[in-house]
Design a protein around this ligand. Sequence first.
Ligand code: CA
Ligand code: CA
Length: 589
Amino acid sequence: MTASKLLRRAGALAIVAMCVVRVAGAQPAAAIHLSQIGFLPAAPKIAVVVGGSTSTFVVVGAERGDTVMRGTLTPPKSWALSGEENVRRADFSRLARPGRYRLVVGAATPAEFEIGTTRLHELAAATLKGFYYQRTAIPLEPKYAGKWARAAGHPDTLVLVHPSAASASRPAGTRISSTLGWYDAGDYNKYVVNSGISTYSLLLLAEQYPQYAAALRTNVPESGNSLPDVVDEALFNVRWMLTMQDPADGGVYHKLTNAAFDAFIEPQAATKPRYVVQKSTAATLDFAAVMAQASRVVSRYPRELPGLADSLRAAALAAWRWARQNPDSLYEQNRINSATTPQIQTGTYGDRRVDDERRWAAAELFLATKQDSFLVAAPPTAGDSVDVPSWGSVGTLALVSLAEHRRTSPAKAYDAAITERLLGLARSLRAVSDTTAYGVAMGARSDFTWGSNAVAANQGLVLVQAYRLTRDTSFLRAAVANLDYLMGRNPTGYSYVTGIGTKTPMFPHHRPSAADTVVAPVPGLLVGGPNPSQQDRCAGYPSSLPALSYIDAQCSYASNEIAINWNASIAYLSAAIDAEYGTRGTLTP
Ligand SMILES: [Ca+2]
Ligand SMILES: [Ca+2]
């Protein structure tokens, strides 16, 4: 830890101490939790009030203090996941005039908020820009990266084939180039499986909201070209993923990694040998799905990207063929380490069930080729459950893509079942949102897993799909509630995205942020969020209750790391909501 980081931490502790003193000497008053980026004029506007005895609220103008609205709080509810009693909500949705306001509830410290159209757009741009800051192999120049400019790290032009990945044409120790792509998370490795859902989510945004995507500028080196920046960003990783495929057989290496995690040093200082490891069925199917989807998206730009759609489709098909011949090549790091050296100790992204990956790849290949055989091989509605997407459970992504193209695809035999499955999941999430004290779809202890914030965002992604299918705004309102949750309407009172909001993570488990000399962490990164398993055993968690198991400390990889799949989920959700409700959307107050 650098001296500046130590000072930063000392400052944060002093602020905590002041807060403790103030709370100890004050009357027990309510606490107000609301989105720290405020609200779009046309969108729902809800705050949560915890504690206190007042049953009414007042909204006043922030400058003149004039009353602009009075209302009644909802009846008190308890939330077992945070251990809070007496949780009520203030709904001021009918207030639509842009401006700055304060929400006043009894003796609680008033909460200031903004109604306007810029802050959500800034969130969408910032969380997409987060991927630029994760780019490997290129220097981040000051004109794009500001004070977070840094030298290039990890060129990955000389990567070793690990013994677990050896083949006839590439024996162990063969050097290959596998450059570009994003750092996966707080570490410096690159994992195909997690790249899959991350890249998909960004490309889904480009596919579902093309006009919005074209207007979403992130000030990256490609901002001046004629492609949407979100497509440029996704392609930065797609081009890396392509290098992870063995041209000899179509199989895809599970990950590109150091033998062990680096210390908290800057990217360019981390120069230990890098390896590609065993080809896995999960990585190969995820690869096939993303390449097929990407071929569909980039086919819109034949002039800018000549031939790329064809290359991507061919890569997807080769991967599919490999996975057909190797249906159960699971990545088991312990088994590999018992047989080969060097031992690999980095993230496993192990997945023992790959039927969902198979359904997803089949769906994307069907859409790319219009050949029924893919859906026959892996019917999209097979499997006994449909769940919120995550890196290891991607079957729902097959439903999302097929539902999106239901009018133009010849998959008529499946259409009704696909739509009904997706809507069934969304209805169950909406039902939770309608009944929880905080009015959010995070309703079960199991939602507070490692990366719970991405559970919230991907619940929102599912709800957005239901809205797109039905135009029933109750789905979209539930999606907004989950975004509000991530931005501060939650029991910790944190906005969980670095640099966005008034109380945000300062010490994410993120090597570039920890190793540089800038006080603020790299901006636009969603931290993992509350996780009662607390696997890091980091000291200082405020609670073991699910929704409170969060600590803004660098040691907390279980609650305060960042990751591309998490960032992709909030980049999609914030952009989709902005596209629907914002200045370019069709919904009105
Ligand atoms: Ca661009
Ligand atoms: Ca799986």
